[in-house]
Design a protein around this ligand. Structure first.
Ligand code: FAD
Ligand code: SF4
Length: 450
């Protein structure tokens, strides 16, 4: 710990976002960066606590106090080496991790001003690429082969770890490029796709083979490749989004969130779509159903496409603002979250149930909704939903369903087949997917060394 008084004298300083009126005209990353002096000063605020809860909260067990100290002293290469020990892709988490560590930070608990771990992580990763600390490893091959199915963060983490252990790794990916939801879910304004390409190039140079447009589906798909590999890792994510089977669902203009998000990301990558296929919010009133992060990404995308207005509705009650006694520190606080996309303009409503999609000439024109309330269930379990007011109509020419994903079910696979990431645990976070991929690589290694 370099400066024992820094946390008393220096306040948390975030780099912040580009101004709204600038950023909504493009899909460039919204987050800015601090200069080197400010960044090192922010790192100096880390107190290297006796019990560092940030380790505990980070699914990767990142050692934030260690690399914050190196960063404070301007030892960027050391900081990167410490970070790399636990996190193979800090350039991803540094941009889009919700920073579980920061909400567990002792400074968050005591002053509300956590150390800026996530931004520090991104700064270390970017400096490492810029100054050449990201070296190409040349692992000695051990003669065994592993197939990884799915090139999202879980599959990439498993492939990376196994490759560095000496296995010959082939990644089968059904899409035309790697990244999973990093590439085809998360908008470019949160994560520029060149950041993914840069990491894939490193992995390729280190020996990982990527086969794109290669779908390996179900037990039959696995049995086709199983003869060629000693072990198989399934990292196929959560392919099925939760749908809303209300009357009128078939109307044109009602889409799953990922239909919009993945298409927009592909358009930015240079792909073209016919007018018939193209989903756009341009000139439309947009309704997003689902109050979570995917819904928020739809809002930011709709703004950049030139929508007239955006409303986001959520069936659950509004979370508490600032503090939630049900999720005390150091747990992740379930509180109201306002994202950069919300800041760009949006009407947010809670306790709203969707009854019906309304339309004219086959196209959606609005959604009939019902204000509701929740009351405790006398028999225990899920609270009971009760009506609270008259049904109303929200005008919308584009409706986006952002209500989460179904957890996949898996058959009993042979003992050399392993499942990781969202495919194993249900929809979660990039940092958890990376951690799961790494842990699975260790299991594969233990299995193949029996
Ligand atoms: C819109 C959106 C925004 C999000 N924003 C954030 C965020 O800001 N921060 C955060 O931490 N998390 C975020 N998440 C969650 C995060 O993206 C996921 O938890 C994470 O990507 C899961 O990683 P994964 O590798 O398990 O699965 P995925 O990322 O889903 O990757 C699975 C891969 O497997 C491939 N695949 C599937 N089936 C097959 C098959 N049969 N054969 C070959 N390949 C196949 C898919 O094409 C895909 O590339 C977001 C999710 C969404 C939907
Ligand atoms: S990966 Fe996320 S939780 Fe872990 S140290 Fe980085 S920002 Fe914090």
């Amino acid at each position: 710990m370099g400066n024992p008084k820094a946390f008393l004298e220096i306040h948390r300083k975030e780099a912040g976002y580009r101004p709204v009126n600038d950023r909504i005209h493009d899909f460039g990353e919204v987050e800015q960066t601090l200069n080197t002096k400010d960044r090192q000063e922010q790192a100096s605020r880390c107190m290297d606590c006796g019990v560092p809860f940030c380790h505990w909260a980070c699914p990767l067990g990142n050692k934030d106090p260690e690399w914050n100290d190196a960063l404070y002293h301007g030892e960027w290469e050391t900081a990167y080496k410490l970070l790399k020990k636990t996190n193979p892709f800090p350039e991803f988490t540094g941009r889009i991790c919700p920073a579980l560590c920061e909400k567990a930070c002792v400074l968050y608990h005591t002053t509300g001003e956590a150390v800026t771990n996530r931004e520090n992580e991104a700064a270390i990763a970017e400096r490492a690429f810029l100054e050449g600390y990201v070296t190409i490893e040349n692992p000695q091959r051990n003669g065994k082969k592993v197939a990884v199915i799915g090139a999202g963060p879980a599959g990439l983490a498993a492939a990376n770890e196994l490759n560095l252990m000496g296995y010959s790794v082939t990644v089968f990916e059904k899409n035309e490029a790697a990244g999973g939801l990093l590439r085809y879910g998360i908008p470019n304004f949160k994560l520029n796709k060149a950041v993914i390409d840069r990491r894939i190039q490193v992995m390729e140079q280190e020996g990982v083979e990527f086969r794109y447009n290669s779908e390996i589906s179900g037990e039959s798909g696995i049995s086709v490749i199983s003869g060629d590999y000693d072990a198989i890792v399934i990292a196929t994510g959560t392919p099925t989004a939760r749908d809303l089977k209300a009357p009128g669902r078939e109307l044109k203009g009602v889409h799953l969130a990922l239909e919009l998000l993945s298409q927009q990301n592909r358009v930015l990558a240079g792909m073209t779509f016919s007018d018939e296929e193209r989903i756009t919010a341009r000139g439309k009133d947009v309704l997003v159903i689902g109050g979570g992060d995917t819904g928020s990404d739809c809002i930011g995308t709709a703004h950049r496409q030139g929508c007239k207005s955006v409303t986001q509705i959520e069936i659950m009650p509004k979370p508490p603002v600032g503090h939630n006694p049900n999720t005390p520190w150091p747990n992740w606080p379930v509180i109201l979250k306002t994202t950069s996309s919300h800041e760009e303009g949006c009407t947010r409503r809670w306790n709203i149930n969707t009854l019906e999609f309304l339309g004219k000439d086959g196209k959606v024109t609005g959604v009939k909704v019902q204000p509701i309330d929740w009351k405790p269930n006398p028999e225990g379990g899920r609270p009971l939903m009760i009506e609270a007011g008259e049904p109303e109509i929200i005008k919308a020419e584009l409706v986006l369903l952002a209500m989460g994903f179904l957890k996949p079910e898996h058959p009993e696979y042979p003992e050399n087949v392993f499942v990781c990431g969202d495919a194993a645990n249900g929809a979660s976070l990039v940092v958890r997917a990376i951690a799961s991929g790494k842990q699975t690589a260790q299991k594969v290694d233990a299995f193949l060394k029996r």
